[in-house]
Ligand binder design. Sequence first.
Ligand code: PXP
Length: 240
Amino acid sequence: MSKLVVNVDHVATVRQARRITEPDPVTAAALAELAGCHGIIVHLREDRRHIQERDVEILKKTVQTKLNLEMAAVPEMVKLAVRIKPEMSCLVPEKREELTTEGGLDVYGQVENLKGIVEELKSAEILVSLFVDADKNQLDASKEVGADYVEIHTGHYSGAITSEEEILEFEKIKKGIEYADSIGLNVNVGHGLNYVNTQRLVPIKQIQEFSIGHSIIARAVFVGIGQAVREMLDIINGRL
Ligand code: PXP
């Protein structure tokens, strides 16, 4: 059965709007765990627009399931991850001006650089996941650099305008997931997944984890984080 890993970045986005101490993503993470999620993910961005180092440090001590630190593949972040030691690290491309992560990491174009980074993280006993598009070259390169997991980028699927485009993007993701699994990579999915578009992915058995943030936090504003997490768990477990 697939697992749900909840991204609590946008609780910190609300906090940072006032630069005060509430709402605290650490509290959100605890409540999401009490509701049954299988892990917590946070993205510590270079510009610190939402999650702060303090959040990652406290979450490492308080998360009871598994902490996944999403981060750019740069020396500053690798050093920080090795110091804090989250259970997993998901490497993503990062641009200052983007609203959110815009595409998969170009693993194929930086194999040697990533080999070193993956090795450094793995020697600190951190599982490494690479956020990539459902593209054969990127998946082969992810295997080559020694990643434990890939997280297949679902942003093109979730952002599709027409139903034809959505089905086309879904087919690409499905093929990518099956290929990644066939070459021995563990497979997660994420980006832009919500209470509607996640349902089509549920039957894909190779998916180990759904990494979902914005839609859960958005729903939590109205129904509370516990209910928002439970409803998403119901979808992922095929109960809805
Ligand atoms: N996975 C990755 C690699 C991401 O960058 C993000 C966004 O931070 C997510 C998953 C979660 O995406 P969303 O907030 O759209 O659910």
